[in-house]
Design a protein around this ligand. Structure first.
Ligand SMILES: [Zn+2]
Length: 367
């Protein structure tokens, strides 16, 4: 080996070492920078036997969880700015816990009375998040809670009957299928998708975001003029479990208003962003008069999959009454190129297998 090669290897090794150091340094910094976000440990809490992961902290021996976690028990959770308190509502009764205090004021609708009682430990705000003592709050909601020392697990029993309102598919004995496009309308993919649907004579359902409807009213009108179905997909696309009940209502209502203002329609179909809902959100959506629409085929098109992979997924997962999840959003210019390319092939392929394309509305009418 000559000196030159030796020198090369040396430099190379130094380079590798340098890169390693940078990676380590970056990793260390990223741990410290993100330290604040992940300063809480996480654990599952079982609600009616179902595990829900949550961050938590221990204070004076009490298990504290984010107030919003209680939405999994079906309770509504809100903030009262004026009194700086968190408000839990279950059916007609509610109670407010001022942040930083050790008491809760409860209102009972049947007797029209207020009652104050004390908590094991004050409700606290940490990193802009309100933590409440889980056991106290669950008991105040009239539910049972149990800590199993052997398993080191906490079990909550709501003693309420859970009827899920989520709809995943239509009638399995009819060969109907619904194409659904989320997150639009916009100006890049929506027109391409509409052109294909028009050429093929296929109706689809667009789960629109309020802010997109406001930004692209003409595209919204085109969707309706070309005979497609509409559904509500919130105004700003938040994950519903992370926002208060009032915010959930606002997201849905403002979108409903925007759709009605633009095309004069009030669709009663709703799809939660990321498919994420708590039991409480499900109840609220139903109370607002909406049906929660999920899907049976997730094309994963938003991950930038090429057309052939999307086709494979549709092939694998399609069933009569199926609902196919696709998107129309331009996060980066080529993101949905595969999805758009796959669309005419999906249509031809499923038609050759005897499927008829309908809107989600028609799919549900045929249940
Ligand atoms: Zn979405």
């Amino acid at each position: 080996m000559d000196i030159f090669a030796n020198k090369m290897i040396n430099t190379l090794l130094k380079g590798v070492l340098f890169v390693c150091l940078i990676v380590i340094a970056f990793f260390n910094t990223s741990i410290t920078t993100h330290g604040e976000e992940s300063m809480f440990p996480e654990a599952p809490i079982f609600i009616d036997g179902q595990a829900h992961n949550t961050k938590y902290l221990l204070k004076d021996g009490n298990l504290m969880v984010p107030a919003l976690f209680l939405k999994h028990t079906s309770a509504k959770v809100d903030w009262n700015e004026k009194y700086n308190s968190v408000v839990f509502t279950l059916d007609d009764d509610y109670f407010a816990i001022p942040i930083g205090t050790r008491f809760a004021d409860s209102y009972f609708s049947d007797t029209n009375e207020w009652k104050r009682d004390f908590l094991s430990t004050p409700t606290i705000e940490v990193s802009q998040e309100v933590f409440v003592p889980l056991i106290d709050v669950v008991k105040k909601l009239g539910m049972k809670v149990e800590y199993n020392q052997t398993l080191n697990r906490t079990f909550v029993y709501t003693q309420k009957e859970r009827t899920s309102t989520r709809i995943y598919s239509g009638n399995p004995s009819k060969k109907l299928v619904a194409l659904t496009f989320d997150d639009g309308p916009e100006a890049h993919y929506t027109p391409q998708i509409l052109d294909i649907l028009k050429e093929k004579g296929v109706p689809a359902t667009f789960f629109v975001m309020g802010k997109q409807v406001k930004k692209f009213p003409d595209m919204m009108r085109r969707i309706v003029e070309e005979g497609h179905g509409l559904a509500n997909h919130t105004y700003t696309h938040p994950s519903l479990p992370t926002i208060s009940t009032s915010e959930v209502i606002k997201e849905i209502r403002t979108t409903e208003q925007e759709i009605e203002r633009t095309v004069g329609r009030r669709p009663d179909l709703f799809r939660p962003p990321f498919g994420a809902v708590t039991w409480s959100d499900e109840r609220v959506i139903a109370e607002l008069g909406f049906r929660t629409i999920m899907w049976t085929v997730d094309t994963l098109d938003w991950t930038g999959l090429p057309a052939e992979n999307i086709l494979e997924i549709v092939h694998r997962d399609i069933t009569p009454g199926g609902i196919i999840l696709q998107h129309n959003i331009e996060i980066n210019p080529e993101l949905l190129a595969g999805s758009v390319e796959a669309l005419p092939m999906i249509i031809d392929d499923l038609r050759s297998k005897g499927y008829t394309f309908v809107t989600v509305q028609t799919l549900l009418d045929n249940r």
